[in-house]
Design a protein. Sequence first.
Length: 540
Amino acid sequence: MEHSSHQNKRVVVYDTTLRDGMQGEGMSLSAEEKVRVAHALDRLGVDLIEAGFPASNPKEETLFALLADETFEHAQIAAFGMTRRRDLAAEQDPALRLLADCFAPVCTIVGKTWKLHLEKVTQVDPQENLRMIEESVAFLVRAGKRVIYDAEHFFDAWREDPSYALRCLAAAVDAGAECVTLCDTNGATLPGAVAAATARVVEELGDRVLVGIHTHDDAGCGVANTLVAVEAGARLVQGTINGYGERCGNANLTTIIPNLQLKMGFDCVRPEQLARLTEISHLIDEICNVTPNPNQPYVGKNAFAHKGGMHIAGVNRDARTFEHIDPALVGADRRILVSELAGKGTIQARADETGLEIDEETAQRVIARVKELEHHGYQFEAADGSLDLLIRKETGNYEPLFRLESWRVISEKRADGRVETEATIKLWVDGKRYVRTAEGNGPVNALDRALRAAIVERYPHLQEIELVNFKVRILDETKGTGAVTRVLIDASDGVETWGAIGVSENIIEASWEALVDSLEAGMLPRRAQHHRPAVAERSR
């Protein structure tokens, strides 16, 4: 790692998803899942991956054993710990010895900076705290480790006693730390204060050590505070993927990295690695069992979504009119949201992306039909599969998979509490009548099984299509159980994901409509693979 200077445009990316990110509510990964995340971060081009406390618990012990045998293309593993205990020499502190003995080439240790913590938490005097910092860093340096010192609550300490805060950093530098990281541990500091304090630290120490920044988002400024710190001379940024973390989360690297690289001209990762940002963001969400935030900058599915007619027209002429970057730079897709606000250009663009050419008159008919259906409760923004079918119906390019004769669903609840559901479907395919019955864990599941049993021989691709999401919304709550119901189904064949919609006063009928659309849309020709306008998220 290079020492910081205002001229140096290289920024070291330090990810703490596996340690700090796991402190967020509901976050828990197995050791094997953490290894998968580490490899994803390596593909993104992250420089340092903070794996956690070695052997602090059996899971961490397993993780470090697994990581010791892994090979990474670029990233290095950092082990995390704390300065020595107040009543022990550094070489006698068990936690520091674990750091010294672990395989990780980099050790990050956190120490106190704020006198409030010295008084209330560690209960040591300021001089002893300086010795704890210096001796702990020196011990790890002697053990052959590269050491990063995290100055906990640095900005709180700076407000109270900037001279002592600097002395804490200097103690780490004098002992051989190659980076001192300024931590806004409470996430309470605003950008102006972060910039001023960071600039002073860089002025005092920047010729001797790399200065880093670690922020939290409690005041909604985690990303902004990181960016202004880099402007002020910090050259290592700590954060987590998707902003995971305790309370309101840590600074979000999926926003910080493209901002630094695309907006501010800093060198963080290679362009081809940046193009994986959306994919890796969603992959790690998937591993962590977190629903991706659709409104997240750069990687959210709404980040490059356009709905208003003027916006869509502008994007069709020149994307720069309403997009701040080319979505492909971060691996994202442009999405054209089709609704009652759509114009002819929107529909024609959608048709073109799905392999159809339609004239203005046909596009106008599609718009009229969309407006009519949305008046009755349909919403095609989230149902691109149904929209594709609607366009084909208006152009005469629609061929149904089957002709329905009837379906019937029976649900029975027994005295022992068991609920059994059975669906029977009668339909015609290529002039042949099929009657199939299937059981399911509910009416939609039973209908899905019966339908597939009837037509999968004719359409084997249906075996690859799975229903990945099912959402129900009541459109008029004042009518209670008699209200019109909107059902949205997301389906995927493992490559693409699309949405389908059904609307009816009968929830099973609405579900059937969405189910059939989801399967029929999955049989349509492949969509274009570059900058395809979309209505639903294409991949996870």
